[in-house]
Write a protein that binds this ligand. Sequence first.
Ligand SMILES: Cc1cc2nc3c(=O)[nH]c(=O)nc-3n(C[C@H](O)[C@H](O)[C@H](O)COP(=O)(O)OP(=O)(O)OC[C@H]3O[C@@H](n4cnc5c(N)ncnc54)[C@H](O)[C@@H]3O)c2cc1C
Length: 398
Amino acid sequence: MSTDSITTVLIIGGGMGGLALAQLLLQSSSSVKVLVFERDETEKSRDQGYCIGIDSTGLDTLDKIRVLDQLLSDESNGYSSITGFRMCNRYLQTLFEFKAPNPDRFKLIYREDLRNALLTNIDVQWNKRFTSYKILDDGIEAYFDDGTSVSGTILIGCDGARSLVRAQLIPDFQRNDLRIINSAGTIEPYDDMKKIHQISKDSGVRIFGKQGHSMLVLPFRQSWIWGLSWPEQGDHEETNVSTAQLVDKIRQHFNNDELVRLAERTSPSSYLAPFRMYSALCLKQNPFPNNPHVTLLGDAAHPMTTQAGKGANTAFADALDLADALLNPSSSSLSDYEQKMFKRGFEAVKASLGMTNMIHLTGWKGLLRDCILSIISYMMPLINVISMPLRLFKKKHD
Ligand SMILES: Cc1cc2nc3c(=O)[nH]c(=O)nc-3n(C[C@H](O)[C@H](O)[C@H](O)COP(=O)(O)OP(=O)(O)OC[C@H]3O[C@@H](n4cnc5c(N)ncnc54)[C@H](O)[C@@H]3O)c2cc1C
């Protein structure tokens, strides 16, 4: 990468990570030219989904992006905070609960608000579907499906879990189909769902049903966002399951009137179409080839399941490190970035996969999970008392 002239950064994909990177570069340097290419036809052509949980990893980046200042400080409308999580059985009895370690550093943000704020001042080139790239002597050329091309100094693949940049850069990279289907909906709370009100007050709730079925309820602003996921039984259930069948699934696998009503009363327009879960393999060796003209970020580099809420947070952390490497180039900065991004990304892949497997356990393994969670929950006060002298000692010597 040249250190004495204008660097042109080609960002493929105007999603969470690509836009965060563009903002960090643009606000920090006038010697970097940033071009963002997005396959969506327009800013509004795709529903962005509901809210996104941003933890301290993500906030460490977002706090540095100036155009987000207002969104991140506007508690009334911009975001909601939840202070803890609980895991429940299908009777909505709590098996285990924990407080978020740092509730001030966990926010639920409406996805569209975050994307809109991240788009501020960025001149995204819409309707530009990347197809391939060619490395040149002094840079790189990107090609699009409309027959056009553009050249730059470096190309960053921020094109999500099915990245075409990754497919060319690391052709043997594998993504596993976990055969788990995920769907979701959003609904205004009803008074006759007292138990859900009670367990979801300021808390995210995970509910374990029968045969590996799992539900999530998140209180967000004036609504509840709920999700249902399950191990696939037939083929391509994501395209074959209707909203009525989702309600039936909840009836059959949770046998709980409040949860059934939650799904039954969700308006069809606020259902998120079911989708399959994929994950990268849990790689132990860095697969990124340290090419000076092309690298990856976010889901393009380390696609993971959604259930630990780490995908966007990891993409934001990547964006911060990559911006730093691009703004302060040295012979090792890109390889350092790739090593750090690999370590963080694949730790998140592993944690996410572990969470996905745990919440979809079936048969005796599911029962054992519920027992272990209950035992830990009963033991917690005792563990706290026993470990108090140790914590006091540590506090005194910190
Ligand atoms: C239901 C759900 C809930 C989630 N909840 C959370 C959460 O609470 N917390 C969290 O941290 N993560 C969460 N995630 C994961 C998170 O959304 C992703 O990890 C994150 O969006 C990844 O950011 P990214 O920039 O890498 O990819 P994306 O945000 O997917 O952006 C990729 C962009 O590239 C574009 N693109 C793709 N191919 C091309 C091409 N060929 N040419 C040009 N453009 C292209 C796409 O249109 C898209 O705009 C959730 C995901 C889902 C599905």
